[in-house]
Design a protein around this ligand. Structure first.
Ligand code: AMP
Ligand code: MG
Length: 406
């Protein structure tokens, strides 16, 4: 028997960051930048108005006040998108919209709220100073400057900056492509009605959802029978498009546990008993010319999902070049509202419902029990040496994917 930490260490010391790839900004969400990126142009690209109002020479309105307005002729309108260069003579004004280029000579914008909104002539009732409500060319970003560093995780804000700075394509670590394969003669595809002795292959859709939730791309193969030849052929066919493979089922002590039987002989696959509950039988190794990491998870749905959270999610984040928070996952601490029992010598992952900072059991803790899994918000992590958590004591919880507090 090995510890959870030992198994995770072996996985994380094996998994390498995926080779970077050039991608369009539109596809870069959630990816990690693989190069420093410099701005192609300045931001703003031209000096423009920060308000709807009137472009002026500030000196012309230096004395404007509610009881002594300054009246100026309005020579033209400048809308956002105006591409015609304009010049403003002293003693005149132009009506200007937010984002429209400032006319040459103008050095301030009087907001429309400080005027009578005139069209041919405008009465201005507040003074202005040079630069007021003007966005200077390059004040946000200077052309040629590094705007984002290699290693940055790209979200909507970073993507906006790249797009605005003229970067349409960039090198990122691609989203991991993850093949999800279930094994078992008893499985029928989702949407089919299982016959007697059969069950719906819920692991495929569960793990596909989990893969998506960590920002990777799932490829669902579906269920394959407990047949060595079929399993091997299917795996070989799938390896070419995979950055990782997840299988479920067939790794325990049963007579038809084909995954373990077949894969024990190939690649660097190693099958271990891990001191955890649920999820004790685990297999991991790399297969094929490209050394694709393969995770063979137990078949019971709760075991498979716990294994995903504990072993696969950190590995997928590492493949994607993301920094990984340290184990144990001190993500959130809750207070037990009832007694949690745990077997000695194993790390126990209990399905719990969180109510603010209080945790209670979500229901039946059997590794086949989907109702409690679906009710749960988190996994309470009970260390191997702890056999009982009493009401009022603190417990560390690993939030379940997709159930984090918004
Ligand atoms: P195994 O690990 O193959 O011995 O399977 C353990 C338990 O998990 C059995 O009750 C299986 O029927 C169930 N199981 C295996 N694969 C799946 C799957 N893809 N979806 C739902 N349950 C499964
Ligand atoms: Mg099976």
């Amino acid at each position: 028997m090995i510890s959870v930490e030992q198994h995770l260490d072996r996985i994380l010391s094996t998994v390498k960051v995926i080779r970077p790839f050039e991608q369009g900004v539109l596809d870069a969400q959630g990816c990690v930048l693989a190069e420093d990126v410099t701005a192609r142009g300045s931001l703003p690209g031209f000096t423009n108005s920060a308000m709807d109002g009137y472009a002026v020479h500030a000196a012309d309105v230096a004395s404007a006040a509610p009881d002594s307005p300054v009246v100026l002729p309005v020579v033209t309108d400048i809308a956002a998108g105006n591409t015609r260069p304009l010049s403003l003579a002293p003693g005149q004004t132009m009506r200007i919209m937010t984002g429209a280029p400032m006319p040459r000579g103008a050095d301030a914008v009087v907001p429309v709220e400080a005027t009578d909104g005139g069209i041919a002539r405008v009465s201005i009732t507040a003074r202005s100073v040079v630069g007021q409500h003007v966005r200077e060319e390059g004040e946000d970003v200077e052309a040629g400057r590094v705007v984002l560093r290699r290693g940055t995780l790209l979200g909507p804000g970073q993507i906006a900056l790249l797009a605005a700075a003229g970067v349409a394509r960039l090198r990122v670590v691609p989203r991991p492509r993850v093949v999800v394969l279930s094994t078992g003669d008893e499985l029928v595809e989702v949407g089919r009605t299982p016959g007697f002795g059969q069950i719906v292959d819920s692991n495929s859709v569960m793990l596909s959802a989990a893969v998506t939730a960590v920002g990777a791309t799932p490829y669902v193969v579906g269920g394959v029978p407990d047949d060595a030849r079929v399993l091997m052929d299917t795996l070989e066919g799938q390896l070419v498009r995979a950055d990782a493979v997840i299988t479920t089922g067939g790794v325990s002590m049963g007579a038809f546990d084909t995954v373990k039987e077949v894969l024990s002989r190939v690649g660097t696959m190693q099958f271990d008993k891990v001191a955890m509950r649920p999820g004790m039988p685990q297999g991991f190794g790399v297969l094929g010319d490209e050394a694709v990491p393969v995770f063979t998870l137990p078949g019971n749905p709760v075991s498979a999902l716990v294994s995903f959270h504990v072993f696969v999610a950190p590995a997928l984040r590492q493949l994607a070049g993301r920094p990984e928070p340290a184990w144990p996952p001190g993500y959130l601490t809750a207070v037990a509202t009832e007694t949690f029992r745990s077997v000695p010598g194993k790390m126990e992952f209990l399905r719990v419902i969180l109510d603010e900072d209080r945790a209670r059991l979500a229901g039946g803790q059997g590794s086949h029990m989907l109702a409690a899994l679906a009710a749960a918000d988190a996994l309470a992590v009970i260390p191997p040496e702890v056999t009982e958590v009493r009401p009022g004591e603190q417990v560390e919880c690993l939030p379940l994917l997709g159930r984090e507090a918004p």
